[in-house]
Write a protein that binds this ligand. Structure first.
Ligand code: COA
Length: 167
């Protein structure tokens, strides 16, 4: 499988389709936010690099996976930053080891920015992240579900930014 990792700012034509996929995946957490708002927010929030960087996994020129580096991802926990957010693989391509490449791209970006820790929250994917070296930090309730806050210490990543993500 020849997975490429790109930055979404280099392919703005993918924003609309990805926003639809994110809305389908996570829209139930924000029942009052229409698809148009997801698209607008994605469009407005992405940056070429650093906080706001959105990485896209590309197979045969099609965007089939994504992950973002964001400053905050949990209202009320602005003491923690930055966050890995929006980790998503198209349903047809799950279970093929693609997700870890997107996670690695965001980890490398945060490490490059000299952040020593990265955070995420998940309702149920703690085992997936645990396999990638993430540790559970706290359990809480968020957006109506049990949320697990996890963290990754980035000091261990060492030099060679980008190598693990495959680009
Ligand atoms: C979580 C996710 C990003 C993992 O990406 P991936 O490329 O499938 O990752 P992997 O190939 O390493 O497989 C991860 C897990 O999916 C399981 N899996 C295998 N085939 C699968 C399939 N067809 N569909 C879904 N999951 C599958 C694997 O067994 C593995 O389970 P484990 O983590 O409990 O060991 C992806 O499943 C996804 O997009 N899920 C929906 C969105 C989501 O929950 N994102 C995380 C938000 S915190």
């Amino acid at each position: 499988m020849n997975l490429q990792i790109c930055r979404l700012t280099d392919h703005p034509e993918w924003i609309s389709g990805l926003a639809s996929q994110f809305h389908a995946q996570w829209g139930s957490y924000y029942p009052h936010d229409p698809l148009e708002l997801w698209e607008q927010r994605l469009h407005d929030s992405i940056r070429p690099q650093g906080l706001g960087a959105c990485f896209v996994g590309v197979l045969e020129e099609l965007p089939i996976a994504a992950a973002k580096l964001v400053k905050y991802d949990m209202q009320g926990r602005e003491d923690l930053r930055p966050w890995l957010s929006g980790v998503w693989v198209h349903p047809n391509f799950r279970g093929k080891g693609i997700g870890p490449h997107l996670v690695a791209a965001v980890e490398d970006e945060a490490h490059r920015l000299a952040y020593r820790r990265l955070f995420l929250w998940t309702p149920d994917r703690n085992h997936f992240y645990g396999r990638l070296g993430w540790q559970e930090q706290q359990r809480t309730r968020y957006l109506g579900v049990e949320a697990i806050i996890m963290r990754k210490d980035l000091d261990s990543l060492g030099e060679g930014t980008g190598a693990r993500a495959g680009f």
